[in-house]
Design a binder for this molecule. Structure first.
Ligand code: A3P
Length: 295
């Protein structure tokens, strides 16, 4: 079930956490915030960022025994879910948090401080399909029949989905990245898939810990890419078993991890519809386009 707040849609079960975070979170200059729409690649982004910052001993990486979500909490879904004062002051810097909160709903201290935001967005068609499988696997309201594909798609196109509308979510972070490139790094899932090494270098430079020539020679960047790859992460016991927050199967964060899987589930006219929505809604966001991924 969703509720609307400040022109965005939020899962009712997460809404208190959103409000509490918005009201209480105090960002530090050294914080790193990983912002995404659900199913845009959050789990991957968490693993990559954690590994960039903890690259001294990748053979013993905590990612081998803990999930990405255990290592980097969501502000609204974990940290502020149950309270207003989760005691974040003593976490050593840089603190890393994730969030699905739209840019305009963020706590003032995030845009107001010098902290860094890395945003990853994904072709909305793949994101929609990914979300659909995720919901079918994790029946959060088992007493209710899931929506049909057509019903869910209709709502998606109306912007009524968790943390949506998708077009505002991505356009606002995109704009923030254009205005403050030192503070907001805007990435696309598809670009990471295409060239993970360049993306890792970009991320490391952005958060102020670029890879040294020596590290590059030693293959550290490739090692991080391998550690965090879909194949490796999916094969780890910690990601095969157990549940996150007691309700979500850890394994459901890893499905196919492909670009263009929407073609196996949606029709060409559905794709045309989303393309038109994006053309209209993103017309003011020069440079943000997903055209290459629609056919
Ligand atoms: P698919 O359902 O298309 O396979 P999120 O982490 O935001 O919940 O997004 C989940 C999506 O990212 C899923 O997409 C999942 O398979 C994919 N994913 C998870 N880990 C990944 C990784 N290491 N590399 C690439 N894609 C990954």
């Amino acid at each position: 079930m969703l509720c609307q707040y400040q022109n965005n849609w939020f899962p009712v079960r997460d809404f208190q956490g959103v409000l509490s975070c918005q009201k209480n979170f105090q960002a530090n200059e050294t914080d790193i915030i990983l912002a995404t729409m659900p199913k845009a690649g959050t789990t991957w982004l968490k693993a990559l960022t954690f590994s960039i910052l903890n690259r001294h001993d990748l053979d013993e990486s905590p990612l081998l025994t803990s999930t990405s979500h255990d290592l980097i909490p969501f502000l609204e879904l974990d940290t502020y879910r149950d309270g207003q004062n989760p005691g974040l002051e003593n976490i050593p810097s840089p603190r890393i948090f994730a969030t699905h909160i739209p840019y305009r709903v963020l706590p003032d201290s995030i845009p107001g401080s010098k902290c860094k935001i890395i945003y990853i967005c994904r072709n909305p068609l793949d994101q929609f399909v990914s979300h659909r499988f995720f919901l079918l696997k994790n029946r959060l309201q088992p007493e209710q029949d899931p929506l049909s594909l057509d019903e869910a798609f209709e709502m998606y196109c109306d912007g009524i989905h968790p943390f949506g509308p998708f077009w505002d979510h991505m356009a606002e972070y995109f704009q923030a990245g254009l205005e403050n490139p030192d503070r907001v790094l805007f990435l696309k899932y598809e670009e990471l898939k295409e060239d993970i090494v360049s993306s890792l270098k970009k991320m490391a430079g952005f958060i102020g810990v670029p890879f040294s020539v020596e590290e590059e020679k030693q293959g550290v960047v490739e090692e991080i890419a391998r550690l965090c790859s879909m194949k490796n992460m999916k094969s780890l016991n910690v990601n095969k078993d157990g549940k996150w927050n007691g309700i979500i199967e850890n394994s459901s964060f890893y499905r196919k991890g492909e670009v263009g899987d929407w073609k196996n589930h949606l029709t060409g006219s559905m794709a045309d519809r989303v393309e038109k929505i994006l053309e209209e809604k993103l017309s003011g966001s020069s440079g943000l386009t997903f055209k290459n991924y629609f056919n």
